[in-house]
Ligand binder design. Structure first.
Ligand SMILES: C[S@@+](CC[C@H](N)C(=O)[O-])C[C@H]1O[C@@H](n2cnc3c(N)ncnc32)[C@H](O)[C@@H]1O
Length: 286
């Protein structure tokens, strides 16, 4: 690790003004939503799908993102699926309509978001199949080897630390089970200016700076947990420029977008987006 890396890692552990994800999302409530569609979602969206389909709205881009994650998960019939960092529960409802999973559980630290997620589940008459729990990604409230699929959509960058979430995913997955993560990837800072920008992003968006890494480091973090990575794809070009354009165009319309523009380094910092799929090997049943 060079001098700059050491400095920014040290800063992480000693930060005092860091906003926790729980506080960030509970304080903002539904104001966190720079949304242009019917469902509450807090993601940047996949604006170009693998078949080349281009989204016209942020909502469409977010549905494409959920569908890509669920496709990568290859959800089995009667499976148990958990969505870690489930926001307002929209991906849970999408999983209920697009898969034959029999038990779908959302995990979130924001009680405000969970409350709305539970109402959406009840409105959809899905209470027997879909539920939510208030728990942290770093201490999942599930038995070892009890879950078939773990998904996490644009939330793992918040987890403190993200590596502990991967260990937890490895623990709760059944042998052969899949982890699929869509996540923001913030590169480690390359100089003083980017280190300063990263500090501002960390404080404004509840991003623990030790989570800044390259794609190969991200992949290695997952492998170190004992999971076997089969896909680790950079899709930043299909996510970041369109989302940033959307934010700039809509900042006058949406209070949430205006607030996020306040964290302006987030619009300039080297940002990528990763889609990753990993499996718990059959041999690691113990
Ligand atoms: C950017 S939002 C993404 C929300 C969601 N994936 C969606 O589809 O709208 C990040 C989510 O992660 C949740 N979160 C942050 N830290 C968490 C943690 N340690 N454990 C569980 N959820 C967490 C937040 O409360 C929020 O719901």
């Amino acid at each position: 690790m060079d001098t700059l890396d050491s400095r920014f890692v040290d800063d992480c552990s000693s930060a005092t003004s860091w906003t926790s994800a729980e506080r960030l999302y509970d304080d903002r409530g539904t104001d966190v939503l720079p949304s242009d569609g019917p469902d509450p979602i807090v993601n940047m969206g996949l604006w170009r799908a693998p078949d080349g389909a281009r989204a016209a709205t942020l909502h469409e881009a977010n549905m494409q993102l959920f569908d890509r994650v669920l496709d990568l998960a290859e959800v089995r019939a009667d499976a148990t699926l958990i969505d870690v960092g489930c926001g307002f529960g929209t991906a849970l409802l999408r999983a209920a309509s697009r898969t034959a999973a029999s038990s779908i559980v959302g995990v979130n630290v924001s009680e405000v978001q969970l409350d709305l997620a539970r109402r959406a589940i009840a409105r959809g008459g899905l209470g027997g199949r879909v539920r939510c729990v208030n728990a942290s990604a770093t201490a999942l409230p599930f038995e070892t080897a009890s879950i078939d699929h773990v998904i996490s959509v644009e939330a793992a960058f918040h987890f403190a630390p993200r590596a502990q979430f991967f260990r937890e995913a490895q623990r709760v997955l059944r042998p052969g089970g899949t982890l699929v993560v869509a996540d923001l990837l913030l590169a480690p800072p390359s100089g003083r200016t980017s280190a300063k920008m990263l500090r501002q992003i960390a404080e404004a968006l509840a991003f623990p700076r030790q989570n800044a890494c390259t794609l190969s480091e991200y992949r290695a973090e997952v492998e170190t947990s004992g999971l076997r990575v089969s896909v680790a794809e950079s899709v930043g070009r299909d996510v970041v420029p369109s989302f940033r354009r959307w934010m700039l165009r809509n900042s006058f319309k949406h209070r949430a977008a205006r607030k996020d523009l306040g964290a302006w380094p987030y619009l300039l910092y080297p940002l990528d987006y990763v889609l990753l799929r990993a499996t718990r090997p059959l041999a690691s049943a113990a």
